[in-house]
Design a protein around this ligand. Structure first.
Ligand code: HEM
Length: 504
């Protein structure tokens, strides 16, 4: 009897000691912001301020907005699990970090795992100095001349889109329809491939796309590790994409590349540029640019491009189906341009002002990637402050918070294209408050392609069809917390009706 109770006491002491050591370890950095006299939110042991995101109750964008709204400080400290992070609220400081002093903040905070060279070499994940060399070489793929060439391919796909809508009038999940369009557009423009999304509901490309951004626990946990616990990615050798998906896409891209290299066929597309880079002896030797690295860029173009573009198109349609007045104003602009030129052209598309205002307002309310992050690479003193940002410290820009701050955007929850009457640059004069594509050297490389494809799809759809609410259209979009991008929990259902021809 005596022996048993002595065991229980030993057991309790061991558990209490382990718990105490674990507690001490998990909270060892919790005085980081207090010591530096920086306003911060009180952390909880083991999870810091990250509880609701870590438990998938809220998206990272909405969480940062909530923190942003909780203080008037120009910057403040938080803890993601046990790690201190700095959140920047002041627009001038945002500009300083992203643009003027970008040299101190070149990389993102995410993992770039050694064990998976495709992921490590995707531009979004890449670290400097390799990133800079790749970015300089890949940027010419997005010049105006190249975009004009791509316009013709995307225009053909926009006609496929309207044929599809014509055959499937009525209630539709428009996010899915727009994803078919953007997948076809990217497959064609980047690789000269036809991904057949409109003809085949089970197109392999579309299936891969669905699985990459599917809300499931595997994706939620892995994405959290990549963005917030990069060392877990290395320890556990985690892959961002499911093996089956990345194997399929890598095979598809590398076999087209091999075929094009052998046959010397030019496609006037992104692949031409990658093949030329592979032939560039100097670049190839300096940065080990072989098939894996080239395929990573192709893979990147696909992953970063189709979801962001299809979301922007479908969120715009969603807002316009709720607001027929705006939809009609935009349709009048489209009709006038088409009546003048006979069809949509690159030039008239770029000249449609109201279209641009609607798209910018969509990007304000639904910036698909709703936060920006940078890791400080050299000690940096914040101007007019005593705070020195230490090397290695992660810094967040709460884009969603800025886009919904009524100081900059009165009635922020109202969709009002007229805010952009004077263009988007009007908002970013003194500092940065509108940044759906990010800013500075790491700004989205595909911005112009994304806008071109978004606008072309919208103009094509609204020239022939009307979008109206149906019973399933949500009043307000609720975002799925299991993914780091802004995705509606229920998709974007609406009704598509054929427009009556206007009497001559
Ligand atoms: C409406 C569509 C799009 C939106 C809203 C969007 C948004 C963004 C944002 C917010 C970033 C982070 C920028 C930063 O950290 O400062 C980014 C980066 C990036 N985006 Fe996009 N994007 C879009 C379309 C595309 C397309 C079509 C491509 C295809 C090439 C693309 C490729 C990339 C790449 C490669 C990066 C990383 C750039 C780097 O680190 O140098 N994006 N995008």
């Amino acid at each position: 009897m005596l022996l048993t109770s002595s065991w229980i006491i030993d057991f309790v002491i061991i558990i209490a000691t382990i718990s105490f050591i674990a507690y001490k370890y998990a909270t060892r950095k919790f005085d980081y912001w207090r010591k530096r006299n920086v306003y911060h939110l009180k952390p909880i042991p083991f999870i810091g301020n990250f509880k609701d995101v870590g438990l998938f109750k809220i998206t990272i964008g909405e969480w940062l907005k909530k923190l942003y709204d909780s203080t008037d400080e120009p910057y403040f400290g938080i803890f993601v699990y046990d790690e201190p992070h700095l959140v920047i609220k002041d627009p001038k400081l945002v500009k300083q970090i992203l643009v003027k002093d970008a040299n101190y903040f070149m990389d993102r905070t995410n993992a770039a795992p050694e064990h998976n060279q495709i992921i490590a070499n995707m531009m979004f994940f890449q670290k400097s100095p390799k990133w800079k060399a790749y970015r300089t070489k890949v940027s010419p793929a997005f010049t105006s001349g190249k975009l004009k060439l791509m316009f013709h391919s995307i225009n053909e796909i926009s006609k496929d889109l309207n044929r599809y809508l014509g055959k499937n009038l009525g209630d539709l999940e428009m996010k899915e329809v727009c994803a078919k369009f953007s997948t076809d557009a990217i497959a064609r423009c980047a690789f000269g491939l036809n991904s057949h999304c409109f003809e085949d509901e089970n197109s392999a490309f579309r299936k891969c796309g669905r699985r990459i951004f599917d809300f499931n626990w595997r994706n939620g946990i892995i994405q959290t590790a990549y963005f917030f616990r990069p060392h877990w990615v290395t320890w556990l050798r985690l892959d961002f994409f499911e093996r089956e998906v990345s194997d399929y896409l890598v095979d598809a891209f590398s076999s087209v590349m091999t075929h094009r290299e052998k046959t010397n066929i030019k496609g006037n597309d992104f692949l031409d540029l990658l093949i030329d880079l592979k032939k560039n002896q100097d670049f190839r030797e300096k940065f080990a640019f072989e098939t894996t690295e080239a395929t990573a860029q192709a893979f990147q173009f696909f992953v970063a491009g189709f979801e962001t573009t299809s979301s922007t198109i479908s969120y715009t349609l969603y807002e316009l189906c709720k607001r027929p007045k705006y939809q009609n104003t935009l349709r009048e602009e489209i009709k006038a341009a088409m009546a003048k030129d006979g069809d949509i052209t690159y030039e008239n598309l770029m000249g449609m002002k109201y279209l641009d205002m609607c798209v910018q307002e969509t990007l304000r309310m639904y910036p698909v990637l709703p936060f920006l992050d940078r890791r400080c690479n050299t000690e940096y003193k914040i101007p007019n402050s005593d705070l020195v940002i230490e090397k290695g410290l992660p810094v967040y820009i709460p884009m969603f918070g800025l886009h919904f701050d009524e100081k900059y955007f009165p009635e922020p929850f109202e969709y009002k294209p007229e805010r952009f009457e004077n263009g988007q640059s009007a908002y970013n004069k003194d500092g940065l408050v509108f940044l759906p594509f990010g800013e500075g050297p790491r700004i989205c490389i595909g911005e112009r392609f994304g806008l071109l494809a978004t606008k072309l799809a919208l103009v094509r759809i609204l020239s022939e069809f009307e979008v109206v609410r149906n019973m399933q259209t949500p009043d307000v979009v609720e975002f799925d917390p299991k993914t780091f991008i802004l995705q509606s929990k229920v998709g974007l259902p609406m009704k598509v009706k054929k427009l009556m021809p206007t009497p001559a």
